[in-house]
Design a protein around this ligand. Structure first.
Ligand code: A2P
Length: 343
């Protein structure tokens, strides 16, 4: 059933997973964008109850997340893992609160829209209390592709290779890259806990668990989520997802085949006009976006834009996005903004 509870002008917002990498960034984004919340609650596990997290000029005391935490809350931004989202879904919705979930728990559910506001905010019209934030690698790709697809009769096929930062796997993983780098330089034994293999001075060609046919789950997510967001099952997506020793910001190399011709100049104009996209591309002068230099930014950066002459209607490009902001926290807050009563 479609959600019909009106959203107040100044909603009460809960950040569920407020002590994590994404949760902390959600608080920062709410503050930076002046989200008109009447109150912001910080929720995490019992381990963190009583600790504080920074918000605006002060701090918020973290509360243990329980089913009762959502009474009187209008919007809950969840980033505490899929298991926690599943456990609390019913309590959140029963409390009359909209759940914007950053985990993979409900992304493929038929009654849950999967939303990137620049691409498919129209899908928010049919939510029934839960809205899913897509996987970061999918968000990065669909934001610029939306502008191109609209000018080229839609997308036929995408070949994408990702270069994903350690922080995409959480705070522990980010610390593992720091600590392992030091251990490597000091010629100490490496501590390998958060990743399957050494991440310092290495790349790992798998993200998430095997799902069969040689595919890992991060790759499967990019396939099914792209189709759902564009509402087009015919789009073919061939991803290879790789973890690289970068702290923050995912990069992607894309080769895209469109249904109709689009030349490089038209593509550049479409990207320059697209919301949430910055073109940073000067081939002669070696200008292109790089993940080590884009931390804390909001847009998807596009460089290395060129024709892919090996296919009909082909373009190749290089993308960089801070996956903790647009790939998670910012996208969730933008969804929340779209739910506010329009002035
Ligand atoms: P806590 O810090 O208390 O463990 P990250 O992905 O960066 O590791 O962050 C995960 C977030 O999810 C943290 O805020 C963490 O809180 C929270 N979390 C993990 N397990 C639970 C749980 N069972 N109930 C509530 N919050 C949880």
């Amino acid at each position: 059933m479609t959600w019909n509870k009106p959203m107040p002008e100044h909603p009460v917002v809960a950040v569920a997973g407020a002590t994590g990498v994404v949760g902390r960034e959600m608080l920062k984004v709410l503050e930076q964008r002046n989200f008109p919340a009447s109150k912001v609650k910080a929720l995490a596990s019992a381990r963190s109850a009583g600790k504080t997290v920074p918000f605006k000029d002060g701090e918020i005391v973290v509360e243990e997340m329980t089913p009762e935490s959502f009474e009187g809350v209008d919007i809950a931004l969840f980033s505490a893992g899929a298991g926690v989202s599943k456990k609390f879904r019913q309590a959140v919705v029963d409390a009359g609160c909209v759940m914007i979930d950053n985990s993979s728990a409900f992304r493929q559910d038929e009654d849950v829209p999967l939303v990137v506001p620049e691409v498919n905010s129209h899908d928010l019209a049919w939510h029934s209390g839960v809205i899913a934030n897509p996987n970061c690698s999918t968000i990065e790709m669909v934001v610029p592709l939306k502008a191109l697809a609209d000018n080229a009769g839609g997308i036929k096929r995408i070949v994408v290779n990702t270069y994903q930062a350690a922080s995409g796997a959480g705070m522990k993983a980010m610390n593992e890259l720091y600590n392992q780098t030091r251990e490597f330089l000091d010629e100490e034994p490496l501590t390998i806990e958060a990743f399957s293999d050494q991440i310092a001075f290495n790349v790992i060609p798998h993200i998430d668990v095997p799902v069969g046919d040689g595919v890992y789950k991060e790759e499967w997510k990019m396939v099914v989520e792209t189709k759902k967001i564009f509402g087009d099952d015919s789009i073919q997506v061939a991803p290879t997802c790789v973890r690289v020793p970068v702290l923050r910001c995912h990069a992607e190399s894309l080769n895209v085949e469109f249904n109709e011709p689009i030349d490089v100049d038209a593509a550049r104009r479409a990207l320059e006009a697209a919301p949430g996209v910055t073109v940073e591309d000067d081939y002669e002068n070696f200008v292109y976006p790089m993940p080590g230099l884009k931390q804390g930014t909001d847009d998807v950066y596009v460089g290395r834009l060129r024709a892919d002459t090996t296919v009909e209607n082909g373009l190749a490009m290089w993308l960089v996005m801070d996956q903790i902001r647009k790939g998670a926290a910012l996208n969730a807050v933008q969804i929340a903004e779209t739910l506010l009563p329009q002035a």
